[in-house]
Design a protein around this ligand. Structure first.
Ligand SMILES: Nc1ncnc2c1ncn2[C@@H]1O[C@H](COP(=O)(O)OP(=O)(O)OP(=O)(O)O)[C@@H](O)[C@H]1O
Ligand SMILES: [Mg+2]
Length: 243
């Protein structure tokens, strides 16, 4: 039972009907991801990366095929069931951070715990610990506009992880960051991976994908490559950039 995959996609399709034209955003995708893996999903624009993220993150359901998450059949769940499984199992990180303005780092990180029904004291303690885990223990009273881009993304990562989700799902998390700050965020992801987190990272940047331990490539809604990867270190990456 322990080696059952955390994620199992079986022949997933996602078809959008545009007038009388069909767009097959995902076209027969099958893959498994185990607990503790660090996977990058790559592919050119329009290849289906975000669509696949939305299915894995329970934001959307496939047109056909089966999606099992943590032993539960997510592909046949109602919207309410999906919302619940999403809150419990998935931590999201986005390109543009999506933090609440005029709200401190600590309060931003506490937000998912309010939905989870934790007491104020528990919330405070858990959020502070999550901020410390991303190196921002001394920035808990800062507003987003008092933080650097990399620090904002760290707050978003702390918020994603505060509920101890099964999966950290990041869609282009370095897309709004300069290259040096991007490497710092990748160093944090490696650290989170070493601590046992399961990470799925969507990126169209080869350099960023090379930090993952497995690389999946999509084209026209199909998987065209799925291989283990020896990750590049942050030091090597910085040397590459001449920084
Ligand atoms: N809501 C929608 N309605 C119709 N077509 C859609 C919809 N969402 C996505 N598509 C189409 O599905 C295909 C895959 O889109 P998707 O957003 O998954 O690509 P992507 O790989 O994330 O691209 P990018 O790198 O530009 O973000 C594209 O051809 C897109 O036009
Ligand atoms: Mg996308």
């Amino acid at each position: 039972m322990t080696d059952a995959p955390l994620i199992r996609l079986t022949d997933i399709t996602k078809v959008y009907q545009m007038g009388d034209m069909e767009v097959r955003a995902l076209d027969g995708v099958s893959m498994e991801i185990h607990r503790g893996e660090y996977v990058a999903i790559m592919g050119p624009s329009g290849s289906g990366k975000s669509t696949m993220m939305n299915v894995i993150g329970c934001l959307d359901t496939p047109t056909t095929g089966a999606y099992e998450l943590n032993g539960k059949l997510a592909s046949s769940m109602s919207d309410d069931e999906l919302a619940q499984i999403r809150n419990e199992e998935i931590g999201f990180v986005f390109q543009t951070f999506n933090l609440l303005a005029r709200t401190t780092s600590l309060q931003n990180v506490e937000l998912p715990l309010i939905y989870a029904g934790k007491s104020p004291a528990e919330r405070h303690q858990m959020a502070l610990k999550a901020l410390e885990n991303v190196g921002l223990g001394t920035r808990s009273d800062h507003m987003p506009n008092q933080l650097s881009g990399g620090q904002r993304q760290r707050v978003a990562i702390a918020r994603a992880l505060v509920n101890d989700p099964s999966i950290l799902l990041a869609d282009e998390p370095t897309g709004a960051l300069d290259s040096k700050t991007s490497v710092e965020i990748m160093a944090l992801f490696e650290d989170l991976y070493q601590k046992g987190n399961t990470i799925i990272l969507v990126t169209h940047e080869e350099d960023i994908a090379r930090h993952a331990h497995r690389i999946v490539k999509l084209r026209d809604g199909k998987i065209i490559h799925d291989e283990p990867n020896t990750p590049i270190s942050s030091e090597e990456h910085l040397a590459h950039l001449n920084l």
